[in-house]
Design a protein. Structure first.
Ligand SMILES: Cc1cc2nc3c(=O)[nH]c(=O)nc-3n(C[C@H](O)[C@H](O)[C@H](O)COP(=O)(O)O)c2cc1C
Length: 356
């Protein structure tokens, strides 16, 4: 990079050339996308929340066969086998463990003892303060415009709030709404150390999402997403489809029977047995005070996402997406995305400097 501000503390912490992260999107961020991202100089994060332990073992081998660069793995802190997965990350010398929610202290300690960096995603300032006390290595801040599970505060407000709360103790990675070099420079101006993107990397030729699904994303306008709690009980930003409209108009009385029916319909697809699901459900209730209806809905979510993101069935599935989808209309390679962002950031910085 010719502007030295584009080489940030995040680059040094995780060992990447560019301060850009591809996030661990369930069913989307597989070995191919992760390796392509890492080989292009950014940090790729493998999605393992939707993988079995054995699938994760296989995917780790695939990533390592295609790149010798640092990469990360996204995990569910409340997964029944979270500790075993952390041990696997340690034995495989994975650089970064990323978590959708704050991981327990014992998991953080386990990862740190094995030299793995811990980077939780947060959607509120108070979460930043909490995880800093636990000794995380960086935080990924996702503003409300971001895809998937999301909060109510937009990136433009949450990012400066969190940067101030963190006060330089660890690098802050900005997420939610980023897609170009101007956004990277803006994030750095707010005090972030880099950007992370989900939707932009989903819409690359390196992501394995079926073409019909990518087509639907490309056609979506900036107003084409909605935040719904009807998928799994917590706010989830998804493409607005006929199925989502139907879920949105359903009442609490009809949603529990539907959740049970869906769980029964999908349990074979997921290979998840009822016994495992109940065990996991109990753990989820304990960790997040969810109702059984929410637990069942949550158990459905991976299957509803899989139906579209893997099977290509856009009518029966749910598609997580950021609002930035409305600003994206092409399917470049991950390498092109990263190169464009860095070239755009350099040009933006030159423009801000004015004629010398
Ligand atoms: C299809 C999709 C699946 C996602 N799955 C996960 C996940 O499994 N774990 C996670 O921590 N975040 C997940 N996210 C959130 C992203 O990691 C990221 O924070 C978000 O996409 C950033 O906003 P953007 O879409 O505007 O770039 C997902 C997002 C999308 C779009």
């Amino acid at each position: 990079v010719s502007h030295s501000v584009l080489h940030t503390p995040l680059c040094d912490l995780v060992g990447i050339r560019f301060p850009v992260v591809q996030t661990g999107m369930g069913w989307v961020a597989g070995a191919g996308l992760v390796a392509a991202t890492c080989n292009a100089g950014a940090l790729g994060i493998l999605a393992s929340a939707t993988m079995t332990y054995d699938e994760l073992v296989k995917a780790l081998a695939e990533v390592k066969a295609s790149t010798n660069q640092s990469f990360g793995v996204n995990l569910r802190a409340d997964a029944p086998d979270a500790a075993a997965r952390c041990d696997l990350l340690v034995s495989e010398q994975v650089k970064v463990a990323s978590f959708a929610q704050a991981p327990r202290q014992d998991l953080i300690d386990r990862l740190h003892a094995g030299g793995v960096l811990v980077v939780p995603s947060i959607g509120a300032k108070r979460h930043a303060e909490k995880v800093l006390d636990w000794g995380v290595d960086a935080v990924l801040v996702q503003g409300g415009e971001g895809g998937g599970h999301t909060g109510a505060v937009p990136t433009s407000l949450l990012l400066p709030q969190v940067v101030d709360a963190v006060a330089g103790r660890v690098p802050v990675i900005a997420a939610g709404g980023f897609f170009d070099g101007r956004g990277l420079v803006a994030a750095l101006a707010y005090g972030a150390s880099g950007i992370a993107m989900g939707t932009r990397f989903l819409l690359t030729s390196d992501s394995a999402v079926p073409d019909a699904v990518k087509g639907l994303y490309l056609a979506a306008p900036v107003t084409g997403t909605v935040v719904t709690t009807k998928v799994d009980g917590v706010p989830h930003r998804v493409l607005r489809t006929a199925l989502v409209d139907k879920l949105e108009s359903s009442t609490a009385v009809t949603s529990l029977p539907r959740a049970i029916a869906n769980a029964a319909r999908f349990r074979k697809v997921g290979g998840q047995r009822w016994r495992d699901m109940l065990r996991e459900g109990r753990a989820m209730r304990k960790s997040s005070e969810m109702s059984w209806a929410q637990v069942l809905q949550a158990a459905n979510t991976p299957m509803l996402l899989r139906e579209s993101m893997v099977e290509g069935n856009v009518e029966a599935g749910v598609m997580a997406s950021g609002q930035v989808v409305g600003l994206i209309d092409d399917l470049p390679s991950a390498k092109d995305v990263i190169e464009r962002i860095m070239a755009g950031a350099e040009a933006t910085l030159s423009r801000l400097e004015g004629p010398t």
